[in-house]
Design a protein around this ligand. Sequence first.
Ligand SMILES: Nc1ncnc2c1ncn2[C@@H]1O[C@H](COP(=O)(O)OP(=O)(O)OP(=O)(O)O)[C@@H](O)[C@H]1O
Ligand SMILES: [Mg+2]
Length: 269
Amino acid sequence: MPTLVEAQPETDLLSLQGIVKAYGTGPRRFVAVQDVSLRIRAGEFVCLLGPSGCGKSTLLRIITGLTPASAGSVLYRGKPLDGINPHATIVFQTFALYPWLTVQENVEVALKARGVALAERRVRAVKLIDTVGLDGFETAYPRELSGGMRQKVGFARAMAVEPELLCLDEPFSALDVLSAEALRGELLELWLNKAIPTQAILMVTHNIEEAVELADRIVIMDKDPGRVVAEIPWTRSMRWWPARPRRRRRRSGPLRGSPVARPSCRWRV
Ligand SMILES: Nc1ncnc2c1ncn2[C@@H]1O[C@H](COP(=O)(O)OP(=O)(O)OP(=O)(O)O)[C@@H](O)[C@H]1O
Ligand SMILES: [Mg+2]
């Protein structure tokens, strides 16, 4: 049965209506995503959770304009999306850095593509590298960095263009457990402290705990065909209550080295 989600251009950043995506033609035609409708509002951190192959990455590619939908509409701030979405960027699971460019050049590349002048992109790149806690590594190459550090470059590059909508495609799944936990906490801290100008985050994950930790709302997908089967409206403030006042162990900024001290929390729901 079609899912109807009424678009509300005043509050919606993004509205997907009846999205279908089919790959191939004729007998090789394969419907990857069937009738997906979804709204993302400013201020939301939404997680897309579902099994492998249910079309999560496909949806992110449609939202960012990297691939067109076969049917349905993609509205960004109430207007149909045509081509690349200039208001959204994506952080990939596999970092997708250019190995022949330094950390700074990898961050600058996104700004260069948008025509930002050399002097300004230098300043913005250095500031972002500092924000993610990689100052001192500007001239390092990706091969000289750990997985967690590479993904920080991925975040810095995505944030360089100050996207309104930040799309994250399993950004922690290629990291070891401790690095993933640290980076998750640091991303949440940046987001909650409004240290980044991003208005909404849409994150794809397989990891239920990760979705519960980060999301305001969880959209659950299933496959054959890929579709939305449920939405769980979470409110982060309802989820946890600190057993003791929150103390932060920070050196000089978020996304900096060691994990942010998490409050001692009890599960509430
Ligand atoms: N370019 C393509 N050509 C043909 N089929 C594709 C293409 N991209 C994706 N698919 C198919 O579409 C389906 C959804 O793929 P997608 O990568 O969106 O899934 P996913 O939910 O992101 O999976 P995972 O969690 O493993 O990353 C899969 O069956 C995949 O094989
Ligand atoms: Mg995927």
